[in-house]
Design a protein around this ligand. Structure first.
Ligand SMILES: Nc1ncnc2c1ncn2[C@@H]1O[C@H](COP(=O)(O)OP(=O)(O)OP(=O)(O)O)[C@@H](O)[C@H]1O
Ligand SMILES: [Mg+2]
Length: 256
């Protein structure tokens, strides 16, 4: 079974060396837990450390904003795009055309807003072939879920994930935790692996913890481990644990 390195220091130890090749893995978490950083680090590290090109699908914030935010970690995404090591698809399912227009003129070759997930997949396939990508990050699937017809969501996401599995790529997909952390969303059932980013409040401080909820075919770790967002991105501490009797920030929000 081929393994793909996550490019997150400390994480591969928890999942027997990396993600299973060609799988679709979900990274879920509340606001600001580091989902975007997690996925972009996977793509950026893929290019820089393993010479594996990547496709970034931006579905919510604009690519220029994401590129700007990722500069904080010293990641020059535009450089990788100009070297054809990375491709950005702007696939906002909502049509904020006012914000899309300036991007068409930008040096990064973004693709205009698309509503249909089938169209988005076709675009991903095209770009994957174009730069021979091995890694994909989709940020995030939640905006698609909100825009889609409720009765079709499960079927559409299932089809999307199956199509992605047939590409010769390993895919990360982010999704927002909605409602209680104990409730699971459709994409969590349908993905091969689920990684959850938690934020707890402990003695007045915030503690970030990572949990491998599932990883099909992998004897994965089941303990909560601390992680940090630092100047060079996310670091996981596999040798340390976080007590899960501390209160989840999202639990406390629910109770209000
Ligand atoms: N250099 C840094 N050092 C420490 N923390 C940082 C640094 N740069 C950004 N952060 C933190 O990273 C968080 C944002 O990470 P990111 O955008 O990846 O989260 P997200 O889960 O995608 O958020 P959203 O829910 O808004 O999409 C911010 O809350 C910020 O506090
Ligand atoms: Mg984000």
């Amino acid at each position: 079974m081929g393994k793909v390195k996550s490019a997150i220091p400390g994480l591969d130890e928890l999942i027997e060396g990396g993600y299973v090749e060609n799988d679709v893995i979900l990274v879920t978490g509340g606001p600001g837990t580091g989902k975007t950083t997690f996925g972009v680090q996977y793509l950026y590290g893929g290019v820089v450390n393993f010479n594996e090109p990547g496709v970034l699908v931006v579905m919510e914030e604009t690519p220029s904003r994401l590129i700007r935010d990722m500069w904080r970690f010293g990641w020059d995404i535009e450089k990788l795009v100009s070297q054809k090591k990375m491709k950005i698809i702007y696939a906002n399912p909502f049509t904020y055309t006012k914000f899309v227009k300036p991007l068409e003129k930008s040096p990064i070759n973004t693709i205009a807003a698309r509503k249909n997930i089938g169209d988005i997949f076709e675009q991903i396939q095209l770009e994957v072939e174009g730069i021979r990508a091995k890694r994909i990050f989709i940020d995030s699937i939640t905006s698609f879920k909100i825009s889609a017809d409720k009765s079709e969501v499960r079927h559409k996401i299932s089809e999307f994930i199956k199509n992605l599995e047939y590409l010769d790529c390993t895919t990360l997909m982010s999704s927002e935790v909605q409602g209680k952390p104990s409730s699971f969303s459709v994409e969590e059932y349908l993905s091969s692996g689920v990684i959850r980013l938690h934020v707890f409040r402990a003695e007045g401080n915030r503690v970030k913890a990572i949990e491998i909820l599932k990883m099909r075919g992998v004897k994965h770790d089941e303990i909560l481990h601390p992680y940090e967002i630092r100047d060079k991105g996310i670091i996981v501490y596999p040798g340390e644990t976080v007590m899960n009797d501390e209160m989840s920030l999202f639990d406390s929000v629910d109770k209000r």
